[in-house]
Each structure stands twice: as structure tokens, then as C-alpha cells.
Design a protein around this ligand. Structure first.
Ligand SMILES: *Cc1c(COP(=O)(O)O)cnc(C)c1O
Length: 370
């Protein structure tokens, strides 16, 4: 062949913007307060840590069915273990759903400020992302329904959503499911479900139990504090679980991750502690930060979205720089359609107090300069 050719990825791949994780390092020297990735300030259950450390036979492949973990999850929630599929983080499960059900010519919907892993999963499988506008930084059922068509194969909805912290109540989820065609899989990503304290919230179990086309994904990365181990799961109709089991790697979750997750889900006391800590400090942060004069989107999760003024010197980028200089790392959310906001994870008492003090100083610095 005379013509030069180069390897070419499938259509869509080069449209993917690589995921930008929350920062984890500050200017050298400063001690770091890392509130950029929605990790729990309490860390994992001591029982999970012990189980992780005790994991042995590392020369052996893990149990490819993650039997013990699926059983522990089934016991905790009263589920059929056959319909639980575990993954290397719920990110893997989300990608498996896209891989199993999306291809060229298909569309998948996510919302305007929705979690960006969905976009990557859609494009990586050659399908077209369709973005539903939100109303007041919250998913809008009518906007999603307006965009659904014969081409739509999946609707991805984070509930509560990251980075907004807003949620749809159960009656709205029911209306969404009822309004979507039956061939559309509704994926309810409930990564923050444990934190939500609202009577009208339902993570998705009910809809998965009563429909043939709804999937709920969950994770051990957030309230359980096991983000480093990469472990998540979904509850799905039997036919969808079967598809995911056919395409997933045969040993996609590791032995230490399974051991830690089993111990974590059995330690209700530690989880209650983490949730109680979050309840207290989420409310405190919203109040203190609003008192400084910054707008905060009302959140039901373990993070808040803080909106900054457009004024030069007081923008989110300026705040990020000022906080970074003090070793405080929040999350830039430009990629989520919020060029002038920062997302802050609820931290330890000391981290929360230091961050509020730094935000106050940042706002005051401009007042004194002008
Ligand atoms: C953090 C997060 C996840 C969890 O991802 P893992 O792969 O399980 O660590 C999933 N969805 C949303 C919306 C998240 O914010």
C-alpha cells in the first residue's frame, strides 16, 4: 500500500474530553484540605479496613461472581442477589450499561449539569449524547420526556445529582418512568442515596422491582469511604443483569475490595455516624456560606455547590486560587456548565471551619481593597 494509514478510533472517541478529577495537591508546602472529590471525612469503617488488610491468597483470582458481596448487599436491602451486578466502581457499571445497549445511531439522554461519566460512556460506544435542560439546577422530567424518541436507548439520571446536590422526589421519578417508552432503560445513579434525608426520596429499588427497564446503581466510594478500592454495584431486571454479566471482565472486582465492602455494608453503626456527621455539617455549611453572601444550591448530598459573584477578583477562579494558596482544594465545575461556581465536599469539623474562614477572608479581601 502506498498511502500512509494510521490506527483510527471508532467515531465519537475523539469527541470525549478526558475526565478531570478533583485536585489532590496544593502549592508545595501547604498542608492539604481536600474537599474536591466528595470523599467521606470519616474514612471507611474500621471493620472494612481490617477485612481489607486480612484479605489473603492474593495469588488467586477473585471470586468472579462476587458471591459473598452480592449476598451481603441482598441481605442489607432485601434484594434478589441474582439481579445484583458488581463493578470496579459504579463507573464501570455505567460503562457496561452503555456498552451493552448503545451503538451508532442510538441516543442517550442526560441532564444539563449531569455527571460527566455518562457523556464519556455514551460517546465511547458511538452513540449520540442528548442533553436535557434543567430547571433551577435540578433535573426536569418534562424536558427529558420531550427529548425521548425511538432512537433513545438510555436515560442517565444522577439522583441526587453531582455537582448540584439536587434531587427528584419519587413521584417525579414515577412520572418520568411512566412517560418514557418501554424500550428506554432508565438508569438511576444513586451514588449519594445514603445521605438523603427526605421522606419523598426513593433511591430506585421500588422502580427496579416494578418495571422491566429501570436500573439503580450504587457505590462504596462515597459514604462507605472505599473510593480507592473501586467497588460499586447495580440492581437490575434479570435480563439486563444477564447482559452486563456477559460483557463484564470475568474478575472485575478484586478480593480485597470484596472483603472490605462486605464488612462495610454490615457495619451500620459506622454508616450512621457518617450520615449524622454529614447532616450536621451540611446544614452548618449552607448557613455559614450564605451568611458570607454567597449563593449555595440547596443540597441533600455530602457536598454543596457555591456560586460566586461575577465581579472581577471575586469569581470562582479567583476563589479557587485564594483557597489553593491556603492548601484548601475545592472542585472547579466549569465542565459541568458552572464556570463561576465551586463544589465543596462536607469535610471534618476542622476542615469545614477552616474553609468557611478562608471563604470569608476571600470575600473580605475584595471589600477592603475597593
Ligand atoms: C462519585 C459518583 C459515582 C461513583 O463512582 P465510583 O465509580 O463508584 O467511584 C457515581 N455517580 C456519581 C453521580 C458520582 O458522583
Amino acid at each position: 500500500m502506498s498511502e500512509k494509514t494510521t490506527p483510527t478510533p471508532r467515531p465519537g472517541i475523539l469527541d470525549i474530553t478526558p475526565y478531570v478529577p478533583g485536585k489532590s495537591k496544593a502549592a508545595s508546602g501547604s498542608p492539604v484540605i481536600k474537599l474536591s472529590s466528595n470523599e467521606t471525612p470519616l474514612g471507611p469503617s474500621p471493620k472494612a479496613l481490617a477485612a481489607y488488610s486480612a484479605a489473603s491468597t492474593l495469588e488467586r483470582y477473585p471470586d468472579g461472581q462476587a458471591t459473598e458481596l452480592r449476598q451481603a448487599i441482598a441481605d442489607a436491602y432485601g434484594l434478589n442477589p441474582e439481579r445484583i451486578v458488581c463493578g470496579a466502581g459504579s463507573d464501570e457499571v455505567l460503562n457496561l450499561l452503555a456498552q451493552g445497549y448503545l451503538g451508532e445511531g442510538d441516543e442517550a439522554i442526560y441532564t444539563e449539569h449531569g455527571f460527566l461519566v455518562y457523556r464519556t460512556a455514551i460517546l465511547a460506544n458511538g452513540a449520540t449524547p442528548v442533553i436535557a435542560p434543567e430547571a433551577d439546577n435540578c433535573a426536569d422530567v418534562d424536558a427529558i420526556l420531550n427529548l425521548a424518541s425511538v432512537k433513545t436507548k438510555i436515560v442517565f439520571l444522577a439522583n441526587p445529582n453531582n455537582p448540584t446536590g439536587t434531587y427528584l422526589p419519587f413521584d417525579e421519578l414515577q412520572r418520568l418512568r411512566a412517560g418514557l417508552p418501554d424500550h428506554v432503560i432508565l438508569v438511576l445513579d444513586a451514588a449519594y442515596a445514603e445521605y438523603v434525608k427526605r421522606n419523598d426520596y426513593e433511591a430506585g429499588l421500588e422502580l427496579v422491582a416494578t418495571t422491566a427497564n429501570t436500573v439503580m446503581t450504587r457505590t462504596f466510594s462515597k459514604v462507605y469511604g472505599l473510593a480507592a478500592l473501586r467497588i460499586g454495584w447495580c440492581y437490575a431486571p434479570a435480563a439486563i443483569a444477564d447482559v452486563l454479566n456477559r460483557i463484564r471482565g470475568p474478575f472485575n472486582v478484586s478480593t480485597p475490595a470484596i472483603a472490605a465492602a462486605v464488612a462495610a455494608i454490615k457495619d451500620g453503626t459506622h454508616m450512621d455516624k457518617a450520615v449524622a456527621h454529614n447532616d450536621k455539617w451540611l446544614a452548618w455549611l449552607m448557613e455559614k456560606i450564605e451568611a458570607i453572601g454567597l449563593e449555595v444550591t440547596p443540597s441533600v448530598a455530602n457536598f454543596i455547590l457555591i456560586h460566586f459573584p461575577d465581579t472581577k477578583g471575586l469569581t470562582a477562579a479567583d476563589a479557587d486560587a485564594a483557597l489553593c494558596a491556603k492548601g484548601i482544594l475545592l472542585r472547579r465545575v466549569d465542565g459541568y456548565g458552572f464556570p463561576n461556581a465551586l463544589r465543596m465536599t462536607v469535610g471534618s469539623e476542622d476542615e469545614n471551619r477552616q474553609t468557611v474562614t478562608a471563604l470569608q477572608a476571600f470575600m473580605d479581601s475584595d471589600r477592603s481593597a475597593s
